[in-house]
Design a protein around this ligand. Structure first.
Ligand code: AR6
Length: 178
């Protein structure tokens, strides 16, 4: 019997702002344990979503490193926000596993919503200090290994903040795809 399999999800790398990904069903927040606003990605997401986001997040907090929880997106142009707590580099161990858990847990949670697309920032590579080369390798390897388990997600976008970060991710993706 011939089984028709749907196409696998594609990985996209772009330079941009995570709050401006109107065509992504879900965006991922590089959150803090309390799921409050803050600097970096979390600050930008909470500002763009409006105060209802903090209200919706309160009963979901606190979360541990590697975990992912979901909320509505309020004023953002997306359907949901998935909040992931990345490891603080040098403090939360094993940092590689905890960072990989963020990507895997976020993808599985997104797929449960039966949506098609998700956009990630480079979790832990800002205030939490994770080295970017290493973070890129973990992010892309984990995304790649999660793809066969996904039922509805077809686009997984990494939104990098600048050209230098994009170059790091492009280099790693080329190695990993080979
Ligand atoms: N869009 C895409 N990427 C961004 C944006 C944006 N708007 N803003 C920053 N980046 P960070 P973390 C990049 O610090 O390291 C917060 O205060 C940034 O250049 O947001 O996981 C939370 O409340 C970096 O490469 O997240 C936590 O306390 C990457 O996104 C803590 O920071 C992640 O930077 C989380 O730290």
């Amino acid at each position: 019997m011939n089984e028709i399999k749907p196409p696998l999800a594609q990985i996209e790398l772009v330079v941009g702002d995570i709050t401006q990904q109107a065509d992504a069903d879900i965006i991922v927040n590089a959150a803090n344990a309390q799921l409050e606003s803050g600097g970096g990605v979390a600050g930008a997401i909470h500002r763009a979503a409006g105060p209802d986001l903090a209200e919706a997040c309160r009963p979901l907090a606190p979360i541990r490193p590697g975990k992912a929880v979901i909320s509505p997106a309020f004023r953002l142009p997306n359907s949901y926000v998935i909040h992931c707590l990345g490891p603080v580099y040098g403090r939360d161990e094993p940092s590689d596993t905890l960072l990989a858990n963020c990507y895997r847990n976020a993808l599985l949670l997104a797929d449960k919503q039966q949506v098609k697309s998700i956009a990630f920032p480079a979790i832990s590579t800002g205030i939490f200090g994770f080295p970017k080369e290493k973070a890129a390798e973990i992010a892309l390897r984990t995304i790649k290994s999660s793809i066969p388990s996904l039922q509805t997600i077809r686009t997984i976008r990494m939104v990098l903040f600048d050209q230098a970060d994009l170059t790091i991710f492009e280099g790693k993706l080329a190695q990993i795809i080979e």
